[in-house]
Design a protein around this ligand. Structure first.
Ligand SMILES: Cc1cc2nc3c(=O)[nH]c(=O)nc-3n(C[C@H](O)[C@H](O)[C@H](O)COP(=O)(O)OP(=O)(O)OC[C@H]3O[C@@H](n4cnc5c(N)ncnc54)[C@H](O)[C@@H]3O)c2cc1C
Length: 376
């Protein structure tokens, strides 16, 4: 269908920037651009009726690293790289909190805990040995001298079974993912960003005169600049980029009377995670159990991951309790060999900001801003 003159005049004339994807990265980029250059005409094109990737479907951990995660990173990257990323995650969180406000985010700091079973004694003692080192490295970033400490005394209070040790990270928090995204959408719209939902971008044609965006519903939008913020779906548009999709499945229980668990919990190097949401438990992950199956950008719930998460719930987290699960869902991560996001120019007028792994809540606002800066 051709646009009428009126449609073109109001919605598509003189577009300065098209952002593809309305996750935390796309929205943060749009807000940053409008804050710095108020008269830019910015359009976000979003495939889903709601943002439909990771940003509305995650666990809401406001996290910058558990001990095993950081030690794993140190085994693969230089100290500078690892703590630069911790610093970015911390700074990104502060930026998000300043932008949206703690009340709007329902931001809470109950800390986070890493769990170790008794058959993980070697890993645990390696972690214990490195706590002082990590605390010294993180103190200048967060201002907290004792980020990590042993918290075995809490195991009983939380009611866990089969868990031998806990390490507390006292500086991590948690937020309401839906409130975060609703707030970012509101701020973007208030600043004059237009968001079209249900629009699937099929291709981008870049040239020295600007870019043309081709969509599945046959729109052709001319724009000066483009930001691709499609995370786990990026290869559908930019096949050469090193972003691999990874599905994560999640459950939430019905409310549980006198739930003793408060805070965020990491297990199995962060592949499994759970937290309280009021008096419910949200539990997700386990994609390392079925790596081939879960390397996909298709949403879906599978029996094998469901069984694994249910066993974790019943055997360790809420033993001896009759628990009802209210809802299951999945979300799509973008991961890669390297942990840091890709923020780069891919052609004359096109920039990509993607591959946020499991840290987009923390780092997404900054990644969006970094992508936006490359467009200015
Ligand atoms: C289950 C789960 C739990 C997680 N838990 C946490 C956590 O606790 N803490 C944390 O920090 N991080 C967590 N993450 C990671 C975090 O959610 C992501 O890193 C972050 O949301 C990525 O944001 P994004 O904007 O880059 O991508 P997304 O939120 O995925 O946004 C990309 C958007 O692009 C749209 N899109 C894709 N292709 C097209 C196209 N061709 N045309 C138009 N639109 C398109 C998609 O519909 C989507 O809305 C979790 C992720 C998952 C899946």
């Amino acid at each position: 269908m051709q646009w009428s003159h009126w449609e073109w005049d109001i919605w598509f004339r003189d577009t300065d920037v098209v952002i593809i994807g309305s996750g935390i990265v796309g929205l943060s980029a749009a807000i940053f651009l409008k804050t710095h250059v108020n008269n830019l005409r910015i359009t976000i094109l979003e495939n889903g009726s709601l943002p439909s990737g990771a940003s509305t479907r995650n666990a809401g951990f406001a996290c910058f690293g558990s001990v095993t995660e950081l030690l794993d990173d140190l085994a693969q990257s230089s100290e500078n790289e690892v703590f630069d990323l911790v610093e970015k995650r911390w700074r990104g969180l502060q930026r998000l909190r300043a932008l949206a406000g703690d009340t709007a985010l329902n931001y809470e700091t109950h800390g986070s805990y890493e769990m170790f079973k008794s058959d993980e004694a070697a890993t645990f003692s390696e972690c214990v040995e490195r706590i002082d080192f990590l605390n010294k490295k993180i103190a200048p970033i967060t201002g907290e001298p004792q980020t990590f400490s042993l918290a075995d005394g809490q195991i009983k209070a939380f009611g866990f079974a089969g868990i031998a040790h806990l390490i507390l990270n006292r500086s991590e928090g948690q937020l309401h993912t839906g409130q975060m995204m609703q707030t970012l959408i509101r701020i973007a719209r208030e600043k004059g960003v237009q968001i079209f939902n249900g629009i699937n971008v099929e291709s981008i044609e870049d040239s020295s005169n600007g870019a043309i965006i081709h969509t599945k519903n046959a729109w052709e939008i001319k724009t000066k600049k483009v930001l691709v913020a499609t995370n786990g779906f990026t290869r559908r548009l930019l096949p050469d980029l090193k972003v691999t999709p990874a599905r994560n499945q999640v459950l939430i229980t019905k409310p549980i009377e006198n739930l003793p668990i408060k805070g965020c919990f990491h297990y199995d190097k962060g592949y499994v995670y759970f937290r309280n949401v009021g008096n419910r438990i949200l539990l997700g992950g386990g994609r390392n159990r079925e790596p081939k199956q879960e390397t996909t950008d298709e949403f879906g719930i599978t029996e094998n991951i469901q069984d694994y998460l249910k066993k974790m719930l019943h055997d360790h987290i809420l033993p001896h309790k009759k628990i009802e699960i209210e809802r299951w869902w999945s979300g799509i991560l973008g991961i890669g060999e390297r942990k840091s996001p890709i923020v780069q120019q891919v052609s004359e007028n096109v920039v990509v900001a993607a591959r946020l792994g499991g840290m987009g809540v923390a780092i997404g606002t900054l990644t969006g801003e970094e992508g936006a800066r490359l467009l200015l």
